[in-house]
Design a protein around this ligand. Structure first.
Ligand code: K7E
Ligand code: CUA
Length: 658
């Protein structure tokens, strides 16, 4: 058995060697047979880790297995999804409601798993929407988006959603500073310095995961780029990278690259909590949506809230401190001990590593270098642990392996560099193909990393795969980091544009009460049909409610007549199956929205407004049984004034009407 496998890998290696000779020169022939074996997960075997990868401009989160790189699922979060009907079905539309109305698309950059004691706990995954600022919570029992909260006073929700070590808060900083929601926003753009503010949102997470904005901190108007919570000794603090501290409002590529140092802003959120308790928060009027999914009714509801508590960083001098950081920092990462804070200056030729202990001392001894817009600036050297010299070009992000090593991605020099956190010595470097952005080590931003694999998410693919016209999929590359040297073992194309990703041991999520189907007796959907005998069609003026069931391999009812032009038809389809992996689909000719993909025990609603007289077939879109192709029906649509009576049936021919 083992021998056969070896022979097969040998054959693969030889074929690979043959093919690699005709590949473009610079693409690197790096995956040996030995390496391929490390990424090999035999058919039918499970992967070791779940990998939750942001979708960037696709707005969704995709889930891969590690180390195989197999795509397990794409979870719709911030963009409509015609495959599942997310954002198209009546039940899911409220999930995408905002203070701007229904928003069918967003840009999703960062995922963050919930933690307990600083360790990944497998309960929820948080995801940010960058464009229309929001945070989503995915329930990992169902892999569904369970909640979305909008963030007021924000624009470009980029340094988000990062969490504290017991998931007390999920935290978000605004990338674009803008005038506050309750201020007059009709101001000249070049009054940036005077009128634009940066807001940091602290969203409380309840026992069941429910999110609630506890408070916001009003900070100077700069670009807050990324953030991470302190942990262990630095629990109670949050760190945000800031660029455009020049406060430019035009041609930022030049005007926001003037200063040699920008900042990492350190936020003492425990202190902020005290001020909130002491009543120092100002109630500020605004408008934001809070959308929740109810698993019993299989329906979302959206509420608009009108107020938020705001603390002023300027007035309350001991919440926020600026640490100078070279130059235009992007990633802001905290090591597993909580002592070291790494700032990745995109335009810096070194990586500064700050010490939490030194920062505390500097604050205690007031080792300040004046103020920035009312915020004390800590002396650079006073907070600095040291600098990694000549690490590479264009550092972006850092993760940790839990063995004292840090791994930083370099966009410009296209590499991942491994370095020792204490000694700051570079230990190893590997090329990426090409221009790596984020990276992920399972648990790599927690107190307990699983330092076995590292995945690099690359922005440019060029010659790595068969060409597909002008657009190429972004690539991910998996490295084995269990030894001294990083070893590339696999690369694979991804969905959308992956930015940050998180990963957790498979068992943690698999054994955390994963749902296989929804119990039909628990279904509290107001239009649920719990048995075929209850199937009916009800007219209420121009509104038609079709109470429909699906089971292998028919719909009840499957012949419907008496629908008239001008009617609005709501198909409420309940999937009666009580078994794992038996969804049914529902689609009707001419529907201008999507199909429905209904999970066992669930009810979903498709709204359909017929535009023509005639016969409209509907059918199941998911091949569910040998007689799936028989799973179909017809709707008859008559002219507006027609006297055709409303009828519905299954398996019987009703007397013909004219
Ligand atoms: Cu570096 Cu939006 Cu986190 Cu992309 S961001 S890479
Ligand atoms: Cu049900 Cu196909």
């Amino acid at each position: 058995m083992k021998n056969k496998f070896l022979k097969a890998t040998l054959a693969i290696t030889m074929v690979a060697a043959l093919f690699s000779s005709c590949k473009p020169k610079n693409s690197g022939d790096v995956v040996s047979g030995d390496a391929a074996q490390k990424a090999y997960v035999a058919p039918g075997k499970y992967d070791e880790f779940y990998n939750f990868v942001s979708g960037g401009f696709s707005g969704q989160v995709s889930v891969y297995g590690l180390p195989s790189g197999r795509l397990l699922r794409v979870v719709p979060v911030f963009s409509v999804d015609p495959q599942s009907g997310y954002g198209f079905s009546e039940e899911t539309k409220p999930m995408l409601n905002t203070s701007h109305g229904f928003v069918p698309w967003d840009d999703q950059h960062h995922t963050e798993l919930s933690q307990t004691n600083g360790e990944v706990d497998g309960r929820w995954l948080f995801a940010n929407a960058n464009n229309t600022p929001r945070i989503a919570r995915l329930d990992l029992k169902t892999f569904k988006t369970a909640e979305i909260i909008e963030l007021p006073n924000s624009a470009g929700n980029h340094s988000s959603p990062f969490i504290t070590e017991n998931t007390e808060y999920v935290v978000a900083g605004t990338r674009f500073s803008v005038p506050s929601d309750n201020a007059n926003g009709d101001v000249p753009i070049n009054t940036y310095k005077k009128n634009f503010k940066g807001y940091l949102s602290f969203v409380k997470v309840g026992k069941e995961g429910q999110m609630d904005i506890a408070f916001q901190i009003e900070a100077p108007g700069v670009n807050f780029d990324l953030s991470h919570a302190g942990k262990g000794k630095s629990h109670g603090w949050f760190f945000f990278s800031c660029y455009n501290t020049e406060q430019a409002n035009t041609l930022l590529e030049v005007n926001a690259s003037q200063k040699d140092k920008d900042f990492i802003m350190a936020v003492n959120w425990k202190k902020a909590e005290e001020y909130i308790k002491a009543g120092k928060g100002k109630k500020v009027s605004t408008k934001y949506a809070h959308n929740t999914w109810d698993e019993k009714t299989h329906t979302a509801k959206s509420e608009i809230r009108n107020e938020v508590l705001v603390l002023s960083a300027k007035e309350l001098k001991d919440i926020c401190y600026m640490i100078p950081c070279p130059k235009s920092p992007h990633g802001c990462d905290v090591d597993p001990t909580g002592e070291y804070i790494v700032g990745s200056g995109k335009l810096a030729a070194l990586i500064p590593v700050f010490s939490f202990d030194k920062l505390q001392n500097a604050i205690k001894n007031k080792q300040f270098d004046g103020e920035y817009d009312g915020i004390p600036v800590v002396k650079y050297e006073a907070a600095l642990h040291g600098e990694v010299q000549k690490p590479g070009l264009g550092p972006l992000h850092t993760e940790f392996d839990g063995k004292g090593n840090a791994y930083t991605t370099f966009f410009v020099s296209s590499e991942v560099v491994k370095w020792d956190i204490k000694s700051l010595k570079v230990l190893d470097r590997v090329p990426t193909y090409y221009s790596v952005g984020h990276l992920c080590i399972p648990g790599g931003d927690s107190r307990k990393p699983f330092g076995k694999y590292l995945i690099a998410y690359n922005k440019i693919t060029k010659d790595r795969y068969l060409p597909t016209g002008p657009e190429l999929a972004q690539s991910a590359q998996i490295f084995d980091i269990s030894g001294d040297k990083m070893q590339l073992i696999l690369d694979f194309p991804t969905i959308g544009e992956p930015h940050y990703a998180q990963a957790a041991p498979a068992d943690l999520i698999r054994n955390n009460g994963q749902l296989k189907f929804f119990k039909i007796e628990d279904n509290k959907h107001p239009f649920a049909t719990k048995g075929e005998k209850e199937a009916k069609v009800v007219r209420n003026g121009k509104r038609i409610d079709v109470y429909m069931t699906s089971i292998r391999s028919h719909f009840a009812s499957d012949n419907i007549e008496g629908i008239k032009l001008g009617d609005e038809v709501y198909f409420h389809v309940t999937n009666l199956e009580q078994d794992w992996d038996v969804p049914h689909g529902f689609a009707i000719k001419g529907a201008d929205n999507a199909e429905l993909l209904i999970m066992p025990g669930e009810t979903c609603t498709l709204k359909w407004t017929p535009e023509k007289v005639g016969i409209f077939p509907f059918y199941c879109t998911d091949f569910c049984s040998a007689l799936h192709q028989e799973m179909q029906g017809y709707v008859r649509v008559s002219p507006a004034g027609s006297s055709v009576p409303l009828t519905f049936s299954l398996g019987t021919n009703l007397p013909a009407t004219k």
